[in-house]
Design a protein around this ligand. Sequence first.
Ligand SMILES: Cc1cc2nc3c(=O)[nH]c(=O)nc-3n(C[C@H](O)[C@H](O)[C@H](O)COP(=O)(O)OP(=O)(O)OC[C@H]3O[C@@H](n4cnc5c(N)ncnc54)[C@H](O)[C@@H]3O)c2cc1C
Length: 381
Amino acid sequence: MDFAWNSQQIEFRKKVIRFAQQSLKSDLVKQDKERIFNRDAWQKSCDFGILGWPIPVRYGGQELDILTTAYALQGLGYGCKDNGLLFAMNAHMWAGEMPLLTFGSEEQKEKYLPKLCREGWIASHAATEPQAGSDIYSLKTTARKDGERYILNGHKHYVTNGSIADIFIILATVDPSLGKEGLTAFLIEKDTPGLVVSEPISTMGMRSAEVTELKLENCEVSVANRLGEEGAGLAIFNHGMEWERGFILACAVGTMERLLEQSTRYAKTHKQFGQAIGKFQLVANKLVEMKLRLENAKGYLYKVAWMKENKQMALMEASMANLYISEAWVQSCLEAIEIHGAYGYLTNTELERELRDAIGSKFYSGTSDIQRVVIAKFLGL
Ligand SMILES: Cc1cc2nc3c(=O)[nH]c(=O)nc-3n(C[C@H](O)[C@H](O)[C@H](O)COP(=O)(O)OP(=O)(O)OC[C@H]3O[C@@H](n4cnc5c(N)ncnc54)[C@H](O)[C@@H]3O)c2cc1C
């Protein structure tokens, strides 16, 4: 594995950071308080090409290799503090575009990918249900075939981008008696009769993203909008999860880098007992731990990126990256607050929001427990 970045990659990451710092800056205290998704920043990110980074040029993307994409996303997280926006973009790319790219028919890819990469369309992925979270294969949403259409009925929970999405990938079963083998995915456009999206749900963090519920009430979907074959839902879900678990926290690695720099600056300049607090070993040690976590997080991220770039299966490595980075992100946010003392606890310092945003990463893409379950299975347990 060679993670030595060439000058083009380094220059591109710098360009991404500049773009993020200049164009994606916004009043996040207000957005967080009032739960505002920044549609303008989404469009700017789309115009900059971000939403098509890993997608082939022929479908409207930029066709960056996966390592460069991961490295650039890290730069994006370093430059942009709007974790909700970054979460929305990553959900769109990894759980929306990637399954469509791999399992979509040529017609579906030509119809939807250019819109998702460069025309501002937003994708959403709805799998989780009230009684099917970690146990996703027991989902109850049904898709009954009726001639050239399917009729879907069910209830989805925690749908990221739900209220702003133009297209949804929805997981249902064509026959509950088949278990996992009956799982089938559908591409459903917004405004399809019978697709009912709730208002955004209020959440602890990621409040500048929109997470909703969704109901399917005799929602008719043409056979042409089935994604893959009947029964391919399991493979589509697992494929999407591999990408999502592997890369949805790439931006968080950049955030951790920014928080380390900010906390180090503070520790060098803020004084107690007549000296900079960074001179106290207990404070310095927190910064050392933040540095170790950052470097380990990069290692996990780049390894998955290298494996995917080399067409390898990385299910376990994606779970390891997701587990490690989510826990590292939470811990580093907490320590950044501690280093800043009571100042870190203030809303306007914007560190408490970072912590609330980070905590969500222990749940989406599968909880930390479920990542451990996946890794244990690969160990033969
Ligand atoms: C911000 C956010 C955005 C999300 N976006 C989406 C989305 O876009 N699309 C989507 O489909 N879903 C989405 N989700 C849902 C997410 O995938 C689920 O929350 C997750 O899979 C866990 O399901 P659950 O919340 O129902 O918890 P449960 O499965 O009910 O788990 C409850 C607790 O039990 C533990 N547990 C359950 N089973 C086991 C086990 N076998 N071993 C050990 N512990 C176990 C869990 O770890 C957890 O601590 C989102 C969630 C969040 C928080």
